[in-house]
Write a protein that binds this ligand. Sequence first.
Ligand code: ZN
Length: 54
Amino acid sequence: MKPIGQSVKLGLIVCQHCGRWIDEVETEKVTVLYGCCREDSCRNGKRQGDIEHD
Ligand SMILES: [Zn+2]
């Protein structure tokens, strides 16, 4: 049994190219981070410090 209510995730990671929701992370405040989704059209796009997720 895991304790409930201690792991609220407020950080959203969205694709900087298409705006698709990619993932969420635990942060201290509401935050939107930009990364790159797995769509070929986005992955083949220009790289500007993308957040890599394997
Ligand atoms: Zn994308």
